[in-house]
Each structure stands twice: as C-alpha cells, then as structure tokens.
Design a protein around this ligand. Structure first.
Ligand SMILES: Nc1ncnc2c1ncn2[C@@H]1O[C@H](COP(=O)(O)OP(=O)(O)O)[C@@H](O)[C@H]1O
Ligand SMILES: O=C(O)C1=C[C@@H](OP(=O)(O)O)[C@@H](O)[C@H](O)C1
Ligand SMILES: [Mg+2]
Length: 186
C-alpha cells in the first residue's frame, strides 16, 4: 500500500504556456517515470493535430477525447502526465486526476502571453486578442487550478529544470502517507 502511494502518477495542470509539457518531460526523466502528454496522445489516437480537431470537430469533441485519454492513463502508476490547460473544466476528469498527485504550474498571465505570442498551436488563442483571452480563461479556471495538491508558482526567470527541481523537492512531503492518530489506551 505504502509503495503504491509512492508510485502514484503526477498530473501537471495549469494554463496553456505554463510549461506543463516541457517541465513534465524533465521531471519524468528525474523520477525515471514514463511521460505522457494528453494532447500528444489525442493527436496519436486521431491522426489529427489539436488545431484541426478544434477546427473541424469543435471543442466538445476535443474535450471528449481528452476525458477518454485521461481515463485510460489513470489506470497507470509511476507516470508524469502533462495535461491540456482545460482538463480541469470537467468534473469527471477530477475523479481521474485525483488517482494521482495533482500539481498546478502557476505563471502570471502576462508571462503566458509573452511565451505564446508567436504560437499558432493553441486554437483558443487564434483570431482573438490573446492577452484578453488568457485573462478570461484564467479568471474562469483559477478556482479549479486551486484544487491541486501542490501549487508551484513559476516566474519567467525559472528555467524548466529549476521548476522540475522544485517539484521534485516537494514530493516527499506530498507522497507521505497520512499519519493515523495514536491509539488511546483506556
Ligand atoms: N521555464 C521556462 N522558461 C522559458 N520558456 C519555457 C519554460 N517552460 C516552457 N517554456 C516555453 O514556453 C512554451 C510553452 O511551454 P509548454 O511546455 O508547451 O507549456 P504547456 O504545455 O503548459 O502549454 C514553449 O515554447 C516552451 O519552450
Ligand atoms: O487551455 C486549453 O483549453 C487548451 C490547452 C492546450 O494544451 P496546453 O495547456 O498544453 O497548451 C490544448 O489542450 C488545447 O489547445 C486547449
Ligand atoms: Mg502542453
């Protein structure tokens, strides 16, 4: 049981651009865990890019695929999973996420914007004012991201390695089994 607890998978959540995919790969290497990215798995499953799925099928179909892929991953131990930023939106997904340890990478919206300025792979930011859209999404999702087991505040000066290190250092306290109260002698 104790061992099972230790090998719980780690799920990275947070806004697009926070570094989940980049940091997740480094963290998985450090832990010698397998790495999965839900967006990448959806692309493998469908043979389509995320942008194409949004364009041709719409967001709901993408969200269904996301839930399907996450459900399959939740059966595994010892994985680091980088999720898509909107995974927190569906209540059902939280049942899967809580099979493991949920870690929120939190980067200020202005810095997300700088990182994603030249990016064309995030369909939700195309054809709109990207800063306003990021602000809107963050406002909608903030209380959901707050439900993570571990909050990691990230700054533009943090390298991906430094972020992975910070998570790594926090893991012992997060993975420690709950202490049961001492039995009282009558
Ligand atoms: N710590 C970091 N410092 C600088 N750039 C980063 C950092 N982490 C990620 N990036 C860059 O920011 C962009 C978004 O990162 P990504 O890992 O795809 O984020 P997410 O998966 O959360 O959307 C990529 O261009 C990536 O290279
Ligand atoms: O925030 C979102 O709703 C999305 C985030 C993206 O993943 P990243 O968070 O890895 O960019 C991707 O799943 C899709 O474009 C939708
Ligand atoms: Mg990603």
């Amino acid at each position: 049981m104790k061992d099972r607890l230790k090998r719980r998978s780690l799920y990275l959540i947070g806004m697009m651009g926070a570094g989940k995919t980049t940091v997740g790969q480094i963290l998985a290497q450090r832990l010698e865990y397998r790495f999965f990215d839900t967006d990448h798995l959806i692309e493998q499953l469908t043979g389509e890019t995320i942008a194409n799925i949004f364009a041709t099928e719409g967001e709901e179909v993408f969200r269904d695929l996301e839930t399907q892929v996450l459900g399959q991953l939740s059966a595994y131990l010892s994985c680091v999973v980088a999720t898509g930023g909107g995974i927190v939106l569906r209540r059902k997904n939280w049942g899967f996420l809580h099979q493991g340890v949920v870690i929120h990478l939190d980067l200020p919206v202005e810095q997300l914007y700088t990182r994603l300025l030249a990016d064309t792979n995030r369909p939700l930011l195309q054809g709109v004012n990207p800063l306003e859209k990021l602000q809107e999404l963050y406002a909608q999702r903030q209380r959901l991201y707050a439900q993570a087991d571990l909050q990691i505040a990230v700054d533009s000066t943090d390298t991906p390695e430094a972020v992975a290190d910070r998570i790594f250092e926090k893991l012992p306290e997060i993975l420690r089994p709950p202490v049961s109260p001492p039995s009282v002698q009558e």
